[in-house]
Design a protein around this ligand. Structure first.
Ligand SMILES: Nc1nc2c(ncn2[C@@H]2O[C@H](COP(=O)(O)OP(=O)(O)OP(=O)(O)O)[C@@H](O)[C@H]2O)c(=O)[nH]1
Ligand SMILES: [Mg+2]
Length: 233
């Protein structure tokens, strides 16, 4: 198989970063299932493997819904992903600072990676602490895309933002490969039935629509192995 062909067929890896409770899990599940679920497990990373239509063609995609409470996660996430969605809540200035620091870090450490900054919870405008123009200007400074969304209110803007971001990432895929951490030689992972896991999240009688084909829960200790693993490649 030619290198270009191989790169195009390999999963497109997206890490969803952001501080606590900004809506990373809600956003990821909203995008993949169109459903909004109020509360999520919040002590681990979740890796969703799926095949999505990107620019009119089926594309394997892996989305890592990260858990922010653990410092050592960032190295693993920064190295694993090909593109990054940085989320903050417009009602939480501290989460915006976290996002700003992350954009800065990405500019230094992953300067060629595509980045989308999302200001979530736009339905809570009366509690707004971050002005849209400030965030948009910051994103522009870092050559990142930007939009505000309300994951709770509607799935369309979330889908539009992520669909066009994935399209851009796919288009920008160059000849350099970003490594393969979770392929052969990956750390031990707990593979769960997707139906069972999402069933426990959204209720027994609401099976998730496709396209998720696999959901992997990464335990705390396994993140550092991700970093070591990536360095072996
Ligand atoms: N009003 C409103 N609430 C939201 C929105 N998105 C998420 N939430 C709520 O925000 C809270 C946190 O959502 P999560 O998706 O668990 O946030 P998270 O970033 O994954 O949190 P951690 O995993 O703990 O870092 C939950 O109570 C959600 O229901 C939104 O767009 N609007
Ligand atoms: Mg979460």
């Amino acid at each position: 198989m030619k290198t270009d062909e191989k790169n195009n067929n390999s999963p497109l890896r997206l890490a969803v970063l952001g501080s606590n409770q900004v809506g990373k899990s809600a956003l990821t599940v909203r995008y993949l299932t169109k459903r909004f679920i109020g509360e999520y497990r919040s002590d681990t990373d979740m890796l969703y493997k799926c095949v999505l239509q990107v620019d009119g063609a089926p594309q394997p995609v892996e989305i890592m819904d990260t858990w922010a409470s653990c410092d050592e996660s960032s190295d693993a996430h920064l190295q694993w992903a090909e593109a990054f969605v940085v989320v903050y809540a417009i009602t939480d200035k501290e989460s915006y600072r976290w996002a700003a620091n992350t954009l800065q870090e990405l500019s230094v450490r992953r300067s060629s990676a595509s980045v989308l900054m999302l200001g979530n919870k736009s339905d809570l405008g009366h509690l707004r602490e971050v002005e849209e123009v400030e965030a948009r200007t910051l994103a522009l400074t870092h050559a990142a895309r930007f939009t505000e969304v309300s994951t709770a209110e509607s799935c369309v803007p979330v889908a539009d933002a992520l669909d066009s971001f994935l399209k851009e990432v796919k288009a920008q895929r160059g000849s350099s490969n970003n490594g393969n951490i979770l392929g052969n030689g990956s750390p031990k992972q707990r593979k769960l039935s997707v139906t069972r896991m999402l069933g426990s999240l959204i209720g027994r009688h609401s099976p998730p629509p496709q396209p998720i084909t696999e959901l992997i829960v990464l335990d705390k200790g396994e993140r550092s192995k991700l970093v070591r693993c990536s360095r072996q490649i």
